[in-house]
Design a protein around this ligand. Structure first.
Ligand code: 5AD
Ligand code: SF4
Length: 435
C-alpha cells in the first residue's frame, strides 16, 4: 500500500481540511503514516496568515528533497497553494502538485496524477469542496470533531490574507452540519465539537443564522461540549449570548479578537467597530455569563500605530483581563489593502518592544488567573498521553484551559471526561491530579 504523510500548519480550518484529505485518500486505498522514511507522498497543508508561516514551507520542502530522496511525491495544499498557485512550480521546481483550499476534494486525483509523473495544479473555487460526504472526514484517534459551518470571509480586514486564500463566504446548510456531527458522534464516539468559520457570526443559510445552528447542534444529545471559532465583534450580539448562556453544553469560552484598542487603528484595519462598542460587548457577555473565559487576538505595530494607540490597546487589555491572548507583530501580506496605506511603518525595534510589553503584562494576568484555579476541581476531556510517561495525561477544561495530570492509568482514558483537581500552575500551564 502506498503511504502518505500530511503535515498541517496554521488554523483549525486547515486541521479539518487535513482530516478530509486523509479520509479521501484512505478511501482510495492509501495508508497514512507519521514516519518520514516510510511516506512516499508528502502533503504540506500550509498557512499564509503571517509571513513566517509561509516561509517555513519552502524550508520544509527543501529538507524533504535533500534528506529523504528524490523519488518522494511532494504536494502543497492550503492557503499558500491558493495564494501562489502555478507560481509555486517556479519557486519549487521539483514540486509535484498544488491544491487550493477550495479544491481539497480533488486530493486523490492530484496524488494519482503525480504518481503518473505529471504535475497537477487546481486552485479554482469549487463550490463542492465544502461538501464532501461526512463519512469521509477521518476522525480516527480524534477527541474533538472540527466541523466547518461557514468558509471564506467577506470582511476584508486590511491586514488579512484570508479573503484571498479562502475566498468568499459560503455557509453550509444546517442539515449537513448536523449530519456530519452525527456521523462523528456515532462512528467515532466523539463528544466535543468545534464549529469553525473565519467569522461564524455571519453564518447565513436560507435565513438561518449562527444562533439557529447552535440551537440545532445543541439538540444532539450525545454531545457534551460545543465550541465555536472565530467570532467577529461587529456581529457578536445579545441574542447569541442568551443562547450560549442558556445551554448546558455550549462552552462558556469565547474567542473575540479585538486586534487593537485604538479607534484610529481599528478604522485603518477596517474592523467596523470601535473600542467602546467592543468593551460594551464584553460587559454584555459578562452580565449574562459572569465567569465566561475570554480570549483575543492582537496585532501590534500596524502602520500608523503611535505610542498613544498602543497605550489604548494596553488599556483595553487591562480593562478586559483576558484569560488568553494571541499576539502578533503586524506582517505585511500580499494583495491586502494595508500595503497601500500611507501611514508610517513602525520600526522593528518598536514593534518588538510593544509585543514584549503586551506579552509580559498578559503573563502576569494569566499567572494570577491560574493561581485562582488551584485547589478547584474541573471536568477535563482527556486528549492525549505524554510520550515519556504513560500515566501522565493532557486534556482541556470547558474554558479551554490545558491541564496536565497524573492518572495512574493511561490510554484508556483518552476521549473520556474526568475530574481533575488543580495542584499547581504557571502562566502557561496547569497541573493537577485525578479525583
Ligand atoms: N499580520 C499580523 N497578524 C495577523 N493576523 C492576521 N493577519 C495578520 C497579519 N497580516 C492575526 C490576527 C488574526 C489572527 C488569526 O492572526 O490577529 O486574528
Ligand atoms: Fe481576516 Fe478579518 Fe476575515 Fe478575520 S474577519 S478572516 S481577520 S478578513
Amino acid at each position: 500500500m502506498r503511504k502518505f504523510k500530511i503535515e498541517t500548519w496554521g488554523c483549525q480550518m486547515n486541521e479539518y481540511d487535513s482530516q478530509k484529505m486523509a479520509g479521501i485518500l484512505k478511501s482510495y486505498g492509501f495508508e497514512e503514516t507519521q514516519n518520514d522514511e516510510e511516506a512516499e507522498i508528502f502533503i504540506l497543508n500550509t498557512c499564509s496568515g503571517r509571513e513566517k508561516a509561509a516561509h517555513k514551507i519552502f524550508t520544509r520542502v527543501g529538507v524533504i528533497r535533500k534528506n529523504l530522496g528524490k523519488d518522494k511525491i511532494v504536494g502543497i495544499t492550503g492557503c499558500v497553494a491558493s495564494h501562489e498557485a502555478e507560481q509555486l512550480f517556479k519557486k519549487i521546481p521539483k514540486l509535484n502538485f498544488v491544491l487550493g483550499t477550495r479544491s481539497v476534494h480533488l486530493i486523490a486525483k492530484a496524488v494519482k496524477t503525480a504518481l503518473e509523473g505529471k504535475r497537477f495544479c487546481d486552485t479554482s473555487d469549487h463550490p463542492e469542496s465544502i461538501e464532501i460526504s461526512p463519512d469521509l472526514v477521518d476522525r480516527q484517534k480524534k477527541v474533538k470533531a472540527y466541523v466547518s459551518i461557514i468558509e471564506g470571509c467577506d470582511n476584508f480586514c486590511t491586514y488579512c490574507v484570508v479573503p484571498y486564500t479562502r475566498g468568499r463566504e459560503r455557509s453550509r446548510p444546517v442539515e449537513d452540519i448536523v449530519e456530519e456531527i452525527k456521523v462523528a458522534v456515532n462512528k467515532y464516539g466523539i463528544k466535543e465539537v468545534e464549529l469553525l468559520g473565519q467569522n461564524v457570526n455571519s453564518y447565513n443559510y436560507n435565513g438561518k443564522t449562527f444562533k439557529d445552528v447552535l440551537i440545532e447542534v445543541d439538540k444532539i444529545k450525545e454531545l457534551k461540549r460545543i465550541r465555536f471559532l472565530t467570532s467577529h465583534p461587529k456581529d457578536f450580539n445579545e441574542e447569541l449570548v442568551k443562547v450560549i448562556a442558556s445551554s448546558e453544553r455550549i462552552c462558556k469560552y469565547i474567542h473575540l479578537p479585538m486586534q487593537s484598542g485604538s479607534n484610529k487603528i481599528l478604522k485603518l484595519m477596517g474592523r467596523k467597530y470601535t473600542r467602546e462598542e467592543y468593551l460594551e460587548k464584553i460587559d454584555m457577555l459578562r452580565s449574562y455569563i459572569p465567569d465566561a473565559v475570554i480570549s483575543s487576538d492582537f496585532i501590534v505595530a500596524f502602520p500608523g500605530e503611535e505610542e498613544e494607540d498602543f497605550l489604548l490597546t494596553m488599556d483595553a487589555i487591562q480593562k478586559v483581563q483576558y484569560d488568553n491572548i494571541f499576539s502578533f507583530k503586524y506582517s505585511p501580506r500580499p494583495k491586502t489593502a494595508a500595503l497601500r496605506l500611507k501611514e508610517n511603518v513602525v520600526s522593528k525595534k518598536i514593534a518588538d518592544k510593544r509585543l514584549i510589553i503586551l506579552q509580559k503584562y498578559q503573563e502576569k494576568v494569566q499567572e494570577i488567573k491560574h493561581k485562582n484555579m488551584e485547589g478547584k476541581v474541573y471536568e477535563v476531556l482527556v486528549e492525549s498521553v505524554s510520550k515519556r510517561n504513560k500515566t501522565r495525561l493532557t486534556g482541556r477544561t470547558e474554558g479551554n484551559h490545558v491541564v496536565n495530570f497524573e492518572a495512574g492509568r493511561g490510554e484508556d482514558l483518552i476521549g473520556k471526561f474526568v475530574k481533575v483537581k488543580i495542584t499547581s500552575s504557571t502562566f502557561t500551564s496547569l497541573k493537577g491530579i485525578l479525583v
